[in-house]
Ligand binder design. Sequence first.
Ligand SMILES: NC(=O)c1ccc[n+]([C@@H]2O[C@H](COP(=O)([O-])OP(=O)(O)OC[C@H]3O[C@@H](n4cnc5c(N)ncnc54)[C@H](O)[C@@H]3O)[C@@H](O)[C@H]2O)c1
Ligand SMILES: [Zn+2]
Length: 361
Amino acid sequence: MHCLNVELGERSYPIVIGSQLLGDPQYLLPYIRGKQVCVVTNETVAPLYLERLLDGLAGFGQVDTLVLPDGEAFKTLDTLERIFDCLLEKRHNRGTTLIALGGGVIGDMTGFAAACYQRGVDFVQIPTTLLAQVDSSVGGKTGVNHPLGKNMIGAFYQPRVVLADMDTLSTLPDRELSAGIAEVIKYGLICDAPFFSWLEEHMPKLTARDPRALAYAVDRCCRDKAAVVAEDERESGRRAILNFGHTFGHAIEAVQGYGNWLHGEAVAAGMVMAAELSRIRGAIDGEVVARIRALLAAAQLPQESPGGMTVGDYLEAMAVDKKVLDGRLRLVLLRSLGDAHISDDTPREQLEEALKICGAG
Ligand SMILES: NC(=O)c1ccc[n+]([C@@H]2O[C@H](COP(=O)([O-])OP(=O)(O)OC[C@H]3O[C@@H](n4cnc5c(N)ncnc54)[C@H](O)[C@@H]3O)[C@@H](O)[C@H]2O)c1
Ligand SMILES: [Zn+2]
């Protein structure tokens, strides 16, 4: 069992990582202050893990559950309203605790519901995807989508505790696991070169879902993210390095249509684009880019632009990315392996060259 603390002053909270956490009340109950909880989950996760969680809450005061439909398409204000309906119908008061059991969609939505319900109630994250364990459950970004943009309505709101149970990853589809590994590799690239080397050695164990290797990787990623977030909770500066590969990735997601490539797959290709651009700009050499490509390949992740996308598609999509400030394209690039920075002076020709190298037409 690993445990670490996210240091955010009075909003600090622990992340517990291990096996058989779900259903063991000793990890959950100390963080519940009132007599009411509402577990929010979805139709895919509920049959797999809800009962185990409820077993651990046996004997606790009032326990309600809300099972939502599965999918990013339901990460909306309408679904949020269903959470509020449930809480009000069941008379949850200000002392209630919301428990998010699921991937990033459930975590983001439940966290935002907790931030809003009666101006803020406690919440607990029990992330069940690798992506949610290493990324979305850490750092307090919560929210829902708007028809005009992803994650456009939300709040910074920290949980009381995060319980990452490695056992839940056993049922995750292969593609979802790989998509989570893309974000894992990201931490090595942006701030943790020794971890990148560890990943080069241990990738076969991760893809084989070895629980010890997974727990080590989740712990390491959470520490890396927690350190970045502790420095810049509300993303006024350095936190933006967590978006490495994402400006390109978002362009792929937007042009392909959401749901075609998984987020992590788009980020994988996007990280190669950012790495190639860093090489063109003289920061890293071709050997480093080759190592990045090889590690992504070992995780069954793409390293090229999806077929059919042109340089023009990227430039158009990137111009509307939310990381564009004052008309200048801000990109996260590498200074070296394990050291990312934010750059706003990329010449357009170099950007186009990197995109072409990665297969954009
Ligand atoms: N808050 C943040 O900082 C942050 C960071 C990154 C991503 N996100 C958000 O996270 C979301 C993506 O998260 P995700 O990748 O976890 O997607 P997701 O929540 O949609 O989960 C992916 C799929 O796996 C299923 N699933 C979940 N756990 C499972 C399990 N143990 N076994 C089998 N199936 C399981 C889900 O039902 C879903 O079908 C996006 O909405 C994104 O915006 C937020
Ligand atoms: Zn991401």
